[in-house]
Unconditional design. Structure first.
Length: 326
């Protein structure tokens, strides 16, 4: 019977005759059953076919066949009979040193997630600044304890936010969205009522708070440049029959609060936002003299990240922080 090619005697090299350079053969991984590496690890560790088979949950005949395939694949006996059982060939001894790191790398590749406390990572959240004022004071202390190496980046510019979620430029959007479009997911964080904010010695506070008095005041509005309206606070008092044709429009809530503190204007914002900015600038908070639709805050993300472990963990942290803020 012919011997396998890898067991045939090597040709004798003739002195004075140079061989042509041999190209190193790189095996095609597609032709290799990588499951055999697990069998090889057990065989090298136990140096006993039955014990190796028990370790990986195979039968003894199946492990014998695996050893035969490994011998053919590596063109080496790997384990040979000795006086006290099987002993390793020189190649097997080298593989004993190499194989653990190779298999560990494969295992890490299949489980790339580290505990949040161990990872150095970044999460980018697009949210209007008036929601950052409410959410971040509760979220950041949680993350400092649970993920100390996590860097939170917030962006109040919400234009094109859905596209940025899809492209992976941002991880989350916090804002208003009634229903998530196809390919996106939405989680309700909390609902809020509206409040009016005025300077603490505003003349209107000394009078009856009526719709007419409210409508007569100069209003401050916070601009929302997002076509998706994530950052919009109130969809316009005109829809309620309250004329307000010339509001002062500013870019963020803190600028609006400073204007309120220095003028006889009024600002309508979600009540949690009103409470925070009023505490910072000694402003007065009163309910609006007209019923406004509740303001609902949602967390939006793209389905590309939906099953990601870190993303799922972060969604839970954001929801917990929002619950603490409500």
């Amino acid at each position: 019977m012919d011997q396998p090619a890898w067991k045939r005697p090597h040709a004798v090299r003739v002195a004075g005759v140079s061989d042509a350079p041999q190209q190193r053969h790189i095996p095609n991984l597609a032709s290799i059953d990588l499951n055999l590496l697990v069998d090889l690890e057990a065989l090298l560790q136990y140096r006993h076919i039955t014990q190796a088979a028990q370790h990986v949950g195979r039968s003894q005949p199946a492990m014998s066949r695996a050893l035969s395939r490994l011998r053919g694949m590596l063109k080496d006996d790997l384990l040979v009979a000795g006086s006290r059982g099987l002993v390793l060939t020189p190649l097997a001894e080298r593989l004993t040193q190499m194989l653990p790191s190779v298999l560990d790398a494969i295992r890490q590749m299949m489980n790339v997630s580290l505990a949040p406390a161990q990872r150095r990572w970044k999460v980018t959240m697009a949210m209007p600044d008036h929601q950052a004022v409410v959410l971040l004071p509760h979220l950041l202390p949680r993350l400092r304890d649970r993920a100390p190496h996590l860097n939170i980046v917030t962006d109040s510019l919400l234009g094109g936010a859905l596209g940025l979620l899809e492209q992976g430029e941002i991880d989350f959007v916090v804002g208003q969205m009634g229903a998530a479009p196809l390919g996106y997911l939405r989680r309700r964080l909390y609902a809020d009522s509206f409040s009016c904010v005025l300077r603490h010695n505003h003349p209107a506070l000394a009078q009856e708070w009526t719709i007419e008095g409210f409508a007569a005041l100069r209003h401050v509005a916070i601009a929302s440049e997002s076509g998706e309206r994530f950052g919009e606070i109130c969809d316009g008092l005109g829809k309620l029959g309250i004329p307000n044709s010339d509001p002062m429009v500013v870019s963020n809530v803190l600028t609006a609060a400073v204007l309120i503190a220095a003028t006889d204007s009024v600002l309508v914002v979600p009540s949690r936002v009103a409470t925070r900015i009023a505490a910072m600038l000694s402003l007065a908070v009163v309910p609006p003299p007209v019923k406004l639709t509740p303001y609902e805050v949602a967390l939006i993300w793209h389905e590309r990240c939906h099953r990601d472990r870190e993303h799922r963990w972060m969604r839970g942290e954001i929801a917990a922080a929002a619950s603490a803020a409500s």
